[in-house]
Write a protein that binds this ligand. Structure first.
Ligand code: SAH
Length: 223
């Protein structure tokens, strides 16, 4: 389904694909649209052919990521901040995640004692790790590109959480964007991505999950 609309600056697009082509450059999407032709610097595209388009696409993609980081750098390190002013959804969000994960863990890993490790992607201030992941996983690693968020997470998550007979802990704090993160092979039982995946263009998201770094099979995913 495609529909037309406007972006936050009022620029009009006839489809979502056209908007994304404008946002992240020609190289990232298949057909060049009228908006792309208009947005691409004509001289670069014409004189350099594919190389020009690729460089243009890379530039747009960098710009996309750096605009996002600048935005988050200006956001307060609080629940309200990472939830875009909707801190009130925190409780129901945690309950919903718990109801989703609990049966899956039992189904996939059984109920016998086991050591489970999760990766919290775009962890922000560690809200999800603290309220939810540490109840289920012996170790949680956090990956987050915005340093004041990650520092807030580190402060909040020092020490261990006693869960039954287990002592669960936040183990590693990585200050890296997801598209540049190289996970340790075979370390993670669950990759948790919450309120964050829209930060990555589709192709970077797919290559994060299926690429050589995580090496997952698309069948492993639950969306
Ligand atoms: N998952 C957390 C935070 C959600 S806010 C929670 O639910 O509480 C979105 C988070 O994505 C912010 O912390 C932001 O800094 C992070 N983010 C932005 N761009 C990112 C990228 N390219 N890779 C990983 N995280 C990113």
């Amino acid at each position: 389904m495609d529909s037309c609309g406007f972006d936050s600056t009022g620029r009009e697009f006839s489809s979502a694909a056209e908007m994304w082509a404008h946002e992240i450059g020609v190289a990232a999407t298949a057909p060049a649209s009228a908006a792309v032709a208009e947005a691409a610097p004509a001289s670069a595209a014409a004189s350099n052919g594919d190389a020009g388009e690729e460089a243009y696409g890379d530039g747009k993609r960098k710009e996309w990521y750096s605009k996002a980081i600048s935005y988050w750098q200006g956001v307060e390190a609080s629940t309200e901040g990472v939830l875009g002013g909707y801190g009130c959804v925190n409780d129901v969000d945690v309950k919903g995640s718990d109801a989703f994960l609990r049966p899956l863990l039992a189904e996939r890993f059984g109920t016998a004692k086991r050591h489970l490790v999760a990766l919290d992607c775009g962890s922000g201030i560690g809200r999800v790790t603290k309220n939810f992941l540490l109840r289920h996983f012996n170790e949680v690693d956090l990956v987050e590109p915005v340093s004041h968020f990650l520092e807030a997470a580190r402060e909040k998550l020092t020490g261990c959480m006693e869960v039954g007979q287990d002592t669960n802990k936040a183990a590693n704090f990585y200050c890296v964007p997801l598209q540049d993160f190289t996970p340790e092979e075979g370390r993670y039982d669950v990759i948790w991505i919450q309120w964050c995946i829209g930060q990555l263009p589709d192709d970077d998201f797919v290559s994060f999950l299926t690429g050589q770094r995580l090496g997952l099979n698309l069948m492993d995913f639950l969306f």
